[in-house]
Design a protein around this ligand. Structure first.
Ligand SMILES: O=C(O)CCC(=O)C(=O)O
Length: 280
């Protein structure tokens, strides 16, 4: 059990053990093999909701160790709203600008927790996630979109706060460990300067009473009951990358895009209407 009182104060908690490092390494291998063999398909698959394409990832999002920790923060009735990969290849400039997740997701109230599972070690050298502890208590802060090339966020959104004046903390994880972070915490990450990839699988959980503004999206009931019915249920994958699975995946992204990009004409222009290229 991880200390929940610290999550309330800090807006994040880590490290939380989820799986053995060899299990994480096997998943990382599967992901990297797919990326190597079918780069275009992989780019479409990894952005958002990859779990709808792979039964193995669908099993990950429902793992007891993850849900037990999330339940301590959000309560017993839990939905998985989305899941994204953040993959930094060795020696690349990919980075994540400092942002709050709550900015464009259109979810209310802001009771959303991300479980970020490291499938490789994630440390200062290869660009682990960094946070400003306690910043989730400052409410929603304004952001501006940069659409920067190396920025892993689809809009390159950046918090309008001078982070150099803030106290930051690096979230270093071993493969198979995860962190939890609050939807309003300021967070970001730097490039990977090492020879090893950095792979994180970010799972976004909400309690069933949360509502989606701007359209109806999908969310999977992973624990407890849902008496609110605020989301549609996705069909779970039976085969890896099957035709029906791609159809479900694309439909989920189409709906998500309607919500995320409804006021960002430039997003479709810059990202070529590829739906969500990578993490939200
Ligand atoms: O993987 C990263 O470096 C950033 C992840 C992130 O922004 C998130 O999970 O919300």
């Amino acid at each position: 059990m991880f200390p929940i009182s610290k999550f309330d104060r800090n807006g994040f908690a880590c490290p939380i053990p989820v799986m053995k490092s060899f299990e994480a390494a096997a998943l990382a291998d599967q992901i990297l093999r797919f990326q190597h063999e079918e780069p275009e398909k992989a780019a479409r698959a990894f952005g958002t909701n990859t779990h709808l394409l792979f039964p193995s990832l669908c099993a990950v999002i429902q793992r007891e160790q993850i849900l037990d920790a999330v339940e301590q923060v959000l309560g017993r009735n839990l939905l998985l709203w989305s899941a994204s990969f953040f993959i930094k290849s060795p020696k690349t400039n990919s980075f994540v600008s400092w942002h709050q997740d709550s900015t464009y997701w259109g979810l209310e109230p802001p009771e959303i927790v991300t479980a970020w599972l490291a499938l490789t070690p994630s440390n200062r050298e290869n660009g682990c996630m960094e946070v400003v502890p306690g910043s989730h208590l400052r409410g929603q802060v304004s952001h501006h979109d940069t659409f920067g090339d190396d920025n892993m966020l689809s809009r390159g959104q950046k918090v309008s706060v001078d982070i150099s004046r803030e106290k930051t903390e690096a979230i270093e994880l071993e493969a198979g460990q995860m962190s939890l972070h609050h939807v309003r915490i300021f967070h970001g990450s730097k490039p990977n300067h090492t020879d090893i990839p950095r792979i994180g699988f970010a799972m976004r959980f909400i309690p069933t009473q949360v509502k989606q503004k701007g359209g109806r999206t999908f969310a999977l009931l992973v624990r407890g009951q849902d008496v609110f019915n605020n989301f549609d249920r996705p069909t779970l994958p039976r085969a890896e990358l099957g035709a029906a699975e791609w159809e479900m995946h694309q439909e989920s992204l189409k709906r998500m895009n309607t919500v995320l990009f409804n006021d960002a004409a430039q997003a479709t222009k810059v990202k070529g209407h590829q739906i969500l290229k990578r993490g939200e």
